[in-house]
Design a protein around this ligand. Structure first.
Ligand code: ADP
Ligand code: MG
Length: 648
């Protein structure tokens, strides 16, 4: 609206005022003047009073000390100042104060977005000198720090009581003297030759043979019968760490012998316990192994009982292991715990936390704890169950975590819960097994089934086919059945006896092909799988690594074929591309093109490659889709629960 028009309008308005309203306006002005006069008068009086009291020659003044008088004068002056300040100025001050506060708040928000390095640089006035790579690292570290504040591996009671174990266990085991006399540089050279890296305080020395690890002859014979003569790299370093009583995070590629790394020291400890005080009915377990699937629990149970049988065959005490897994009646399992002393319990998190809370057995004497496929378990949402299981521990225990894909976030929070842990790493955490030839094919959904039949010709049996969804598993299974293939299938929707029968028939070689969801992708060790076919690309690159890791185990060669199409997530395709490059595999044209379009990936040294949150090589933590997904979920939960949206 123009000024001219406004004037016209306001004139027009004045002219329409009635006489009454003019009177009211005049009265208002009169009262205003009067109020102003009264206020001025009052202020003048106060001023006079204060000034006159300064000159007062009151008798009482004679009794005031000089200091008291100075103090009084200062108070009066302050009062005077307050009275003499015009009200308008005070209002201005308020406004200024509000503005200042607002500015402060804005600065705080800005500051929160800055990295520590930026803040530091700002203080020193060298903002221009920040290296963008350094800045990126700082940002990533801060993100990682925020997401790893987790206490899943601590017993709630210990956490609440502030119990912190500071010293690792000590055991009676010592390396042979010729190894004890070697120097640290000898050990370093030994590790370098075998691609072993270690982290942690006073790491026990690596040992190159089972004999030098001081295992009894009966165990060595049992191992030799299975073709296990020389320890693998993870065993060379991991077994001495475990035998020394140290907490450990063991990272080595799929099929590299992690099971024996924790199982051999464990059976030795159990034997020692049984010798010192035989286990009575209802006692135990002394050792606990928690794993993400029932099938993996059974497999580890079989490995352990084989070792126990070897002891018994040599006339050593009889040791017992028990299973604690879903899909089997609880009563049967509870009965097993009641009827004898149990040395080792192999469990899945759900059933274990259930049985412990129902007091069917306890962890009072449990001192050896293994989380196999630890990162997978936490990733699959077993965090709450694991937390509740930890609250049943009554004393310090030796904790060991194993996986082929152990992202930094899990390593970090595990380190804070373990006692002076040793991290043993063979190869990059999350790297694919180098024994697997990886092929990636572009296939449209409707062509996949037909293509599977062709792919089955690539190798001889056994072949393992993975699909994300149960319905796809059923469809593939039926299709292959119709085509006359000897096929079995397994997924979470099947009942336990079907799952068990399918797996066992495949293990025995009665079935040539097993079709499965990711329930079979972690830890399962089938002998002689020649080929893994991924009907679809898993959402996480870690799952891909575990899936193809079912072949190329124990030093043998294997092959993996993965079907991909436009439905696959772009981010996981980039991770896959980098994983293939890392493993020296051929890139199909569509992945090579993707590389040209994708943002350049910063490849730093060592484990700083790729994302620190998941094991993806194709992105950084700053744009990790998994982390973004989890954050999104957290926000949604908070909003649904009436949480403070303002926080975000
Ligand atoms: P991981 O847990 O690392 O995926 P496993 O412990 O399941 O691997 O072992 C894979 C296979 O390798 C098993 O069949 C196991 O018997 C075999 N194995 C373990 N240690 C050795 C060894 N030192 N030499 C030869 N084979 C081994
Ligand atoms: Mg394993």
């Amino acid at each position: 609206m123009s000024e001219e028009k406004m004037d016209v309008d306001s004139e027009g308005l004045t002219s329409t005022l009635t006489k009454d309203s003019e009177d009211i306006e005049a009265m208002k002005r009169k009262y205003e003047l009067k109020r102003k006069r009264l206020l001025e008068e009052e202020q003048r009086k106060q001023k006079e009073d204060l000034l006159s009291s300064d000159d007062d020659t009151d008798v009482s003044e004679m009794f005031l000390s000089a200091a008291q008088r100075r103090k009084e004068k200062a108070v009066r002056r302050a009062l005077l100042k307050q009275v003499l300040v015009p009200t308008a100025t005070r209002a201005n001050d308020k406004e200024m104060e509000l503005k200042r506060r607002k500015k402060d708040d804005e600065k705080k928000v800005e500051d929160a977005k800055k990295t520590l390095l930026e803040k530091h640089a700002e203080k020193r006035g060298i903002e221009d000198e920040i290296d963008p790579k350094e800045k990126q690292r700082q940002v990533e570290e801060e993100i990682l720090e925020n997401v790893t504040a987790n206490s899943a591996l601590m017993a709630v009671a210990e956490f609440a009581k502030g119990i912190v174990y500071t010293e690792p266990f000590t055991t009676g085991w010592r390396p042979p003297s010729h190894i004890r006399h070697q120097s640290e540089s000898d050990f370093a050279a030994f590790r370098r030759r075998r691609g072993i890296s270690v982290e942690g305080q006073s790491c026990p020395s690596p040992i190159g043979s089972f004999l030098e690890m001081k295992f009894p002859q009966c165990l060595l014979t049992a191992l030799r019968k299975k073709g296990i003569k020389v320890p693998t790299a993870i065993q060379m370093q991991g077994i001495p760490v475990a035998l020394s009583g140290r907490d450990m995070i063991g990272i080595a590629s799929t099929g590299s012998g992690k099971t024996l790394t924790f199982a051999l020291p464990m059976v030795m400890f159990c034997l020692e316990q049984e010798y010192s005080l035989p286990f009575q009915k209802g006692e135990g377990p002394y050792a606990l192994i928690i794993v993400p699937s029932r099938e993996l629990a059974r497999q580890i149970y079989d490995v352990v009982t084989d070792l126990f049988d070897a002891f018994q065959g040599a006339g050593l005490p009889r040791l017992t292991a028990a299973l604690c897994i879903g899909g089997v009646p609880v009563r049967e399992q509870a009965q097993e715990f009641r009827s004898g002393g149990i040395h080792i319990c192999v469990a899945t998190p759900g059933r274990l936390s259930d049985m412990l809370s129902k007091k069917m057995f306890n962890l009072q004497i449990c001192r050896y704890l293994v989380l196999d496929e630890a990162d997978r378990m936490l990733d699959m949402g077993f965090e709450e169950e694991i937390k509740s299981i930890f609250s049943f521990f009554k004393d310090q225990r030796q904790t060991l975590l194993f996986s082929a894909t152990m992202p930094k976030k899990i390593q970090n929070f595990a380190k804070s819960a373990l006692v002076k842990p040793i991290v043993v790493n063979v190869g990059r955490a999350g790297a694919a097994s180098l024994n697997v030839l990886q092929e990636v094919e572009y296939e449209r959904n409707e062509e996949k089934l037909v293509r599977i039949m062709e792919c089955l010709q690539k190798t001889s049996p056994k072949v393992l086919i993975f699909a994300e969804r149960k319905i796809d598993v059923d469809n593939i299974y039926e299709y292959l059945l119709v085509k006359g293939v000897e096929v079995a299938s397994i997924h979470g929707g099947k009942d336990q006896s079907d799952r068990h029968q399918g797996i066992e028939a495949f293990r025995r070689g009665e079935k040539d092909v097993l079709v499965a969801t990711d329930v079979a992708s972690k830890g399962l060790d089938f002998v002689n799988i020649e080929h893994v076919i991924n009907y679809d690309m898993p959402e996480d690159i870690e799952n891909y690594v575990h899936r193809i890791g079912r072949t190329g185990r124990s030093g043998k060669k294997g092959m993996a074929t993965t079907f991909i199409n436009r439905k696959a997530d772009l981010s996981v395709m980039q991770d896959l591309k980098q994983l293939l490059v890392e493993a020296g595999q051929q890139l199909p044209a569509f992945l090579r093109e993707l590389a040209d379009e994708a943002e350049p990936i910063e490849n730093d040294q060592g484990d700083e490659k790729g994302c620190a949150y998941c094991s993806g090589l194709g992105h950084r933590i700053t744009n990790c889709p998994k982390l973004a997904g989890i954050q999104q979920k957290t926000i949604q939960t908070l909003v649904r629960a009436g949480g403070d949206e303002g926080m975000y």
